[in-house]
Design a protein around this ligand. Sequence first.
Ligand code: HMG
Length: 388
Amino acid sequence: MPQIAKFPGNDHRPSCGIASIGLQLPPLALAVEELANLRGEDPAKYTIGLGCREMALCPPDYGVVDLATGAARRALERWGGDPDRIGLIAVGTETAIDMSRPLSAWVADRLELSGAVRSYEVKHACYGGTLALRQAAEWRLAGAAGSHHGQERAALVIAADVALYEPGDPGEPTQGAGAVAMIIDEPRIASIQPLSFPWSEPQFDFWRPVGERFPLVDGPLSLDCYKRAASHCFQALAQHSGEATIENLAAACFHVPFPKMVKKAVFALGAALGWSEEHTALFFTDKVDPTMSWNQACGNAYTASLWIAVAQALAGLPAGETIAAFSYGSGFGAELLLLEAGVEAAAGAWRQDFEQDLASRESISIERYQQLRAGDPVRQRPPVSATG
Ligand code: HMG
C-alpha cells in the first residue's frame, strides 16, 4: 500500500521520495586562510567576509567521475534494492568531461548498470542536480517508471561537481568539490512535495563558454540574481495556502556558493516578506545556519552544494518534520522544494560517508595547492562587468 504524503495538493497521489543517500568528498582539502596568505588578502575576508572554511580539492588522477561513482555506490549499497530495478540514472553536473557522452554513462560503466534504463546528464549550472531529482520524482509520480518483478522502478540521481576558478579570481576561496547520490523510490528518508516554486531569468551572471577552462563571473550581478530568485521563490511559498509554511519549517537549506551569500539572500527574502530584521536574524540562526557546516568543510560543490546541505539537515530529523530546499543555478534558474522527513531520516546513516571522508582526507599545504594548479594560467583579465 503506497504511503500518502501529507503535503497539500498531493492528497490523492502516492508519494515518492528519497529512499537512500550517499555522499562522496575528494581526498584533499586546503584551509582558506592558506589561500588568503598566498593572495595577499586578510584571512578574515575569506572566513568572516565570505564565511568560508575549507576547500575540498581533487588530486590530478581523481575527478568528477570518481565523485559521482563513489556517491552512487554508497547510495546503492545503503538502499539494498535490486540494481536491476533502477530504471533511470540522471546526473546533474556542470563539470562536463565530454560534449556528447553523458556523465551517467561513465558512472553506469563503473557500476555495471545497463539494460532498461534511461540514462542522461542534466546541465543547468548549480541547478542541474535539482532538475535531475525533480525529473526522477515526476517520472515516478506520473506512473512512467514501470515495474521490475512487480516492484515499481527506482531512479538513481546524482549531483556532482568540481568547482575551480582561475587562480587569483575573486571566486577562488569559494572553490570546492563533492557529490551526493539519491535513490528515488519509497520515501523512507524524505518525501518530495510534487508542487514546487520555480523562478528563472536569462542572465549572464556566471557562465563557461565552450572551450573555456574556468567560468566567467559577474560577481555583483550573481549576488543580485541569487537574492532576487530566493525572494521570488519564498514569496511564492508564503502565498501558497498549504500546511507547510515558512514558519513551521524545521530547516531551510540553500545552495551554498559561500555561506555569506546565503545570509544575504535570507535577509533579502525576509525584507520581501515584510519580516523585521530581528525575525530574519532568528530565522537565519535557527533554521539556516545549522545546515551549512558540511558545506563549509567542502566549499562550493556547485550542483551538489544544496544537496549536501539537505543531507545534513535530514540526518537526525524526526519523521514528519518538513524542510525547504532552495536551488539556484546561474544563468539563471531557481526552485524551492519541500521535503518531509520519513522514518529513516532520524538514523541519518549517510552521515558516516561525510565523517569518513573528512577523517581520511589530507589537509594540503599551499605549496601543494600551487603544484596542483601549476598548469593553470593565473588570472590576467579584469573582472567581468554586467555593463561590459
Ligand atoms: P570580492 O569582490 O573579492 O569580495 O569577491 P568583496 O570585496 O565583495 O568582499 C567580500 C566580503 O568580505 C564583503 O562582505 C566584505 O566587506 C568582506 P559584505 O560587505 O558583502 O557583507 N571583507 C571582510 N570581512 C572581514 N575582514 C576583512 C574583509 N575584507 C572584506 N578584512 C565574490 C566576492 C562573491 C564576488 C567572489 O567570491 C566571486 O566572484 N564568487 C563567485 C560567484 C559567486 O559565488 N556568486 C554567488 C551567487 S551565484 C551562484 O551561487 C551560482 C554559482 O554557484 C555557480 C553556478 O550556479 O554554477 C556561483
